[in-house]
Design a protein around this ligand. Structure first.
Ligand SMILES: *Cc1c(COP(=O)(O)O)cnc(C)c1O
Length: 354
């Protein structure tokens, strides 16, 4: 893939690395590639970060033919910059495109585009502990037409945002509300892909949970509202009597790359990992009788997020005395160690950016 480069006239001042937060600053450049029916994906280019101009009738605004990915670039102790399993994001975006009738982007081109942009923006990868450069690839339907159909035109864009340490005050377990009214995904729907529409429909439940004093919702399956699926926009894992349980990624659960990496590490460490249906009733029962040892969410942003309490139908259970569990901490330390290059990458997960 040939990538053209347009030099910016001026460069931005870099923000204070101690006050980055999430999604507040954007780098100097962005990657764009167009799709036109009959022509395919074309005109890959890195241009100064700028607004995108679209016709008000562009399909993305009306029927949400849109999707995204999320990954990070990490600064290693030797100053080099690396990515974590970017090929997995590329593969997942292909499966998302397929579901939304958007023409796929070759895995090599996706990875090349990410590497090319991060290479240009290397100075933006922060070096303070646990900070990183968040990378947001996304695709939008741009054809100006109001009829409901697959667009004949798209733009694939990548933007980057330096982001702060997720756990500025240390890793504190959170209180979760088990949502038994709204659902996130149903069989045959879009639960397994990263499309904006899933988020639009889920905000109401997080608003409700926040109002009630919880930091996130635990989603149950959309048919029986009986089995645990995800927590907020993370996958979720339970350690019960020494074994790990997590929902299988069959249609309604997003196949998280952090989830996949945790499962690979857990198996390497000799844990039995059960991927399948886990009833919320069984989780609550395990909580009551002391067999529920640890609960944690997994996702690129937080990596691992310990859950200290669950509230379901008026009953609250506390997990591990509201403290971060030993295995939860070990997974966090191992994954972040590999990502930031402070531990050897024995799994072959990292990719250097030149
Ligand atoms: C992105 C996402 C995840 C986590 O995926 P990672 O690849 O681990 O970041 C989990 N659930 C939902 C709904 C998501 O959108």
């Amino acid at each position: 893939m040939e990538i053209k480069f347009e030099q910016a006239k001026t460069l931005k001042e870099k923000p204070d690395q101690k006050k980055l937060g999430f999604g507040s600053y954007y780098t100097d450049y962005m990657f764009i590639m167009d799709y036109d029916k009959g022509e395919g994906w074309h005109d890959a280019r890195i241009v100064p970060y700028q607004p995108i101009v679209l016709d008000p009738s562009a399909l993305v605004f009306h029927y949400a033919q849109e999707c995204f990915e999320g990954l990070k670039a990490y600064r290693c102790p030797d100053g080099s910059v690396q990515l974590f399993r970017p090929d997995k994001n590329a593969e997942r975006m292909q499966s998302t495109h397929k579901r939304l009738c958007i023409p796929e982007i070759p895995v090599e081109d996706f990875v090349e585009a990410v590497k090319a942009l991060v290479s240009v923006e290397k100075d933006w990868v922060p070096s303070e502990p646990e900070t990183s450069l968040y990378i947001r690839p996304f695709t939008i339907a741009t054809e100006p037409v109001l009829g409901v159909k697959a667009s004949d035109k798209y733009q694939f864009i990548i933007i980057c945002s330096p982001s702060g340490a997720y756990y500025e005050e240390g890793m504190n377990p959170v209180k979760i509300y088990v949502e038994d009214e709204f659902v996130r995904a149903t069989p045959g729907g879009t639960g397994y892909i990263k499309c904006g529409g899933n988020y639009a429909a889920s905000i109401i439940a997080s608003e409700k949970a926040h109002t009630m004093g919880y930091s996130q919702v635990l989603w149950l399956d959309g048919v029986e509202r009986k089995y645990v699926e995800e927590v907020g926009s993370m996958n979720i894992m339970f350690k019960i009597s020494g074994e790990i349980y997590t929902a299988a990624t069959v249609g309604t659960v997003l196949p998280g790359i952090t989830r996949m990496s945790c499962i690979e590490l857990l198996k390497e460490w000799g844990y039995k990992v059960n991927e399948g249906k886990l009833a919320i009733a069984d989780v609550m029962e395990a909580g009551r009788n002391g067999r529920l040892e640890e609960v944690f969410g997994t996702g690129t942003a937080a990596v691992i997020s310990p859950v200290g309490g669950l509230m379901y139908e008026g009953e609250t259970i506390e997990i591990n005395g509201f403290k971060t569990g030993e295995l939860t901490q070990k997974l966090y330390d191992t994954l972040t160690g590999i990502q930031f290059g402070t531990l050897p990458d024995t799994m072959g997960w990292t990719v250097k950016v030149d």
